[in-house]
Design a protein around this ligand. Structure first.
Ligand code: ATP
Length: 377
């Protein structure tokens, strides 16, 4: 239909970006479809609606020169090809009309710059000026232009690079990774909400540790979650060491991701040990302790959610509760304590006992799977 509409208006039209990428990767049928017209995207959207049997409503965003319509399960966005330039204090570009190449130049990664022609003449031709197809096959995230410029222009792209690496299990090309480290301070011009969107997508990927480790190594994690990076490191005193609670946390997040897609339970896994940095002490007789870390951690969850403008509602309370309770089953297994302690835990967990079990299994199995079996029974 889009092809017919493009013919009727005599404009060139292309499907571009995520749809083409996911189609080539065979990641299932993508829901969002981005269309670029060499001309007016809004007129093309209106024509497409006219030709569709159900004549869907076209939402026009005049200020952006874009239009959107929903058809069947798809959200289709139309835009006129454009050229963008940036100022140093904002990620909002100055926009002018442009060619398909200009439009591909403004894309963040080579794998997101692929376009398929939709006009009759040349239907299905792949327009790939930056060898994005090869990068898809070799599973590489690379910027079309100089990475320092790409990331400095719109620093959110640093988070997007890591998010795509985590979601697709791709590598970030070496120069690009170095550029992220160099440009990490630019992230300050990005709103917390946008960063959180990307962080949530990383947490929802199959193996979140991939993205979280990249965020850590590039210095971006410290900017958004310093409480978490404070867990990194091992101290040694009188020949006694404690475990590295940061890398342990990433293991727990991966473990839990095998058993749940619940974003908030994954957040609970990410934060389950955050009270350990401020409570760490060394006692001559008992060695390293983190006494009371669960209470301190639960308070930290509140502050952290507030700072990141995450919902301060039942989601936050749920994460807090998990952080508060999650260390108890481990203590129970360690100490072989009484039935009443177990009953108390089950009572305190209330409706969330299953969630707590999933979290504790993820935590305990990083140390000793047999212990979880014992606790489970
Ligand atoms: P997903 O739907 O999984 O988030 P996507 O690639 O469709 O993946 P969108 O955020 O919907 O992601 O963006 C659509 C397309 O717009 C991208 O494929 C890319 O070409 C372009 N794009 C999006 N954000 C940026 C950005 N910050 N800088 C440059 N290009 C971008």
């Amino acid at each position: 239909v889009i092809s017919e509409a493009a013919e009727a208006l005599s404009v060139d039209a292309y499907v571009i970006g995520g749809f083409v990428r996911d189609h080539i990767l065979e990641r299932g049928e993508p829901k969002d479809i981005d269309i670029v017209a060499i001309g007016s995207g809004i007129e093309l959207a209106k024509k497409v609606s006219e030709l569709l049997p159900d004549k869907p409503k076209v939402q026009v965003f005049k200020n952006f020169g874009t239009a959107m319509l929903r058809s069947e399960d798809h959200e289709i966005e139309f835009v006129g090809a454009r050229m963008e330039s940036y100022r140093s204090d904002s990620r909002k570009p100055i926009v002018e009309d442009g060619s398909l190449e200009d439009d591909q130049n403004r894309r963040d990664f080579t794998i997101n710059a692929l376009a398929l022609k939709l006009n009759k003449d040349g239907f299905g031709d792949l327009l790939d000026p930056f060898n994005g197809y090869d990068d898809l096959k070799q599973r590489i995230i690379r910027t079309p232009l100089d990475p320092d410029i790409t990331y400095s222009d719109d620093p959110l792209r640093m988070y997007r690079a890591i998010r795509f690496a985590s979601q697709l299990n791709f590598m970030i090309e070496a120069e690009s990774l170095k550029a992220i480290k160099r440009n990490k301070d630019r992230i300050k011009i990005i709103s917390k909400e946008r960063i959180l969107d990307e962080l949530n997508k990383i947490l929802l990927s199959d193996k979140p540790s991939k993205g979280l480790a990249l965020l850590f190594k590039t210095g971006l994690l410290k900017k958004i979650l310093p409480e978490l990076t404070a867990l990194q490191g091992i101290d040694e005193k009188d020949g006694q060491k404690h475990k590295d609670n940061f890398w342990h946390t990433l293991e727990v997040v991966d473990n839990i991701s095998e058993n749940t897609n619940d974003l908030w339970l994954r957040w609970a896994a990410l934060l389950h040990d955050i009270g350990k940095a401020p409570t760490k002490k060394f006692h001559k007789k008992i060695g390293w302790t983190f006494h009371g870390h669960e209470f301190v951690g639960a308070k930290m969850v509140f502050k952290l959610f507030k700072r990141l403008r995450l919902p301060l509602n039942d989601k936050m309370k749920f994460v807090q509760k998990m952080v508060l309770l999650s260390s108890r089953p481990i203590a129970i297994v360690d100490d072989n304590v009484t039935d009443s302690a177990v009953r108390r835990l089950v009572f305190d967990a209330g409706d969330h006992i299953e969630d707590l079990m999933i979290l504790c299994e993820a935590d305990i199995t990083t140390k000793n799977p047999k212990r979880f079996k014992k606790y489970h029974s």
